[in-house]
Design a protein around this ligand. Structure first.
Ligand code: SOE
Length: 394
């Protein structure tokens, strides 16, 4: 039974992720029994007319144009940051200082220094009961949560290799304009930070191991693009003139994991024909498990311990009430999609706030991903030499 004073949410930003988070906040109290009610109080953006329209469309009670004024309000409990990476640190640190619980989109920040500042602020705030979490939403796809559980149970045995890839193709067209995601000062890095961050986090999450050293290469395939005119983000249109792409279009890197496994990673916006193709395959001495985002209601399992003439990858349908999150939705066999992870994220964040526990992924885990991203960049700058991610304390 949901009772008590509602947690009132302010969302800062209203692009693609703003839409996805709005779906999450709207569905969470409707489909799950939350321990406290949640209210979509205010959405914040710089363009007053556009943010007012977003508020009406997505169901926020109010809109506002000044995030500082909003995080200073006594009637706001949660600040949800869905802006480009260049403003994450400033908003998150200010919100935590103002005593607000903070959910921040991935990657946590644009630099390790910013991520460190945020993780320090989050650790300090946690001592005052203030919670923070990073939006690595794919952890909350039921099949990915199950993948983590099955590996922890030993279903594949000792993890020896991981193959992770996140492939998109929205930059193959050279006429695609210079969106903020292609500008280092706004995005920090390109495919590496935007989608490579997901597969780094997913690898660390499902294996329970950290990426401890990397070697990598980054490539910018189309160096100049038309400036962006109308709109923003992935759906903006081109204007007159050209500008320089200052981030990577593709990143390929290798990592050694803390438990001894070897991992390969590919993050690219130039995989012609691949729209949003995330795969992760974990190979162990007893078997292998594969998750494919294009078939997100299932896992594939290979059992090496089965009789030789019965071996082969089989499909586990992750649509039973006994699977993570599924019971709150539809009867067995009825599928979930991209948006459901955002609802699960809101549910888990609210539950942690109500229970007084620290949610995951924490800002410290976001910092860990940031350190891997930074190490891949340093490797690329140094002829793909191996770079240690976690330098042991002296
Ligand atoms: C664009 O590449 C993007 O929207 C990412 O920013 C998201 O994190 C991913 O979920 C889908 O693709």
């Amino acid at each position: 039974m949901t009772q008590g004073r509602p947690l009132r949410v302010a969302m800062i930003g209203y692009g693609f992720m703003g839409a996805a988070h709005s779906v999450g906040w709207r569905q969470a109290p409707r489909m799950f029994d939350l321990p406290v009610p949640v209210e979509m109080a205010v959405v914040v953006g710089r363009n007053g007319a556009a943010v007012t329209a977003a508020a009406q469309k997505w169901g926020w009670a109010e809109s506002a144009t000044d995030w500082r004024e909003v995080i200073g309000r006594d009637d706001i409990d949660i600040v949800d940051i869905v802006t480009p990476g260049d403003s994450h640190a400033e908003i998150a640190v200010a919100a935590l200082a103002a005593g607000k619980h903070v959910l921040c989109e991935k990657p946590l920040a644009n630099t390790v220094a910013e991520a460190q500042e945020m993780a320090d602020a989050a650790a300090q705030a946690a001592t005052r009961g203030i919670r923070s979490m990073v939006g690595f939403t794919y952890r909350r796809v039921p099949a990915v949560t199950l993948l983590r559980d099955l590996i922890a149970e030993g279903m594949v045995g000792r993890v020896q290799q991981v193959r992770a890839a996140y492939r998109q193709d929205w930059l193959v067209d050279p006429a695609m304009p210079l969106a903020w995601r292609l500008q280092k000062e706004h995005a920090g890095s390109g495919a590496l930070g935007d989608i490579g961050a997901h597969i780094i986090d997913m690898t660390q999450f499902v294996t329970g191991q950290t990426v401890d050293s990397v070697t990598g290469v980054l490539e910018t395939i189309v160096a100049e693009r038309p400036l962006q005119g109308e709109g923003s983000g992935l759906s903006g249109t081109a204007a007159e003139g050209f500008g320089q792409v200052t981030v990577d279009d593709a990143a390929i890197f290798t990592g050694r994991l803390s438990g001894g496994a070897l991992a390969s990673f590919e993050a690219t916006r130039f995989a012609t024909g691949r729209k949003n193709a995330l795969t992760i395959e974990v190979s162990g001495d007893k078997g292998a498990l594969l998750f494919d985002l294009e078939d997100l209601n299932s896992l594939q399992f290979y059992d090496r311990t089965a009789a030789e003439d019965r071996q082969g990858f089989t499909k586990i349908l992750v649509t039973e009430a006994s699977h993570p999150y599924v019971a709150a939705w539809w009867p067995a066999g009825h599928m979930l999609g991209y948006e459901h992870g955002f609802t699960h994220q809101a549910v888990d964040f609210v539950a942690a706030i109500a229970d007084g526990t620290d949610p995951h992924p924490s800002f410290a885990e976001g910092l860990s991903v940031q350190q891997v991203l930074d190490a891949v960049e340093r490797s690329n700058e140094n002829d793909s030499a191996w770079v240690r991610v976690h330098v042991p304390a002296a």
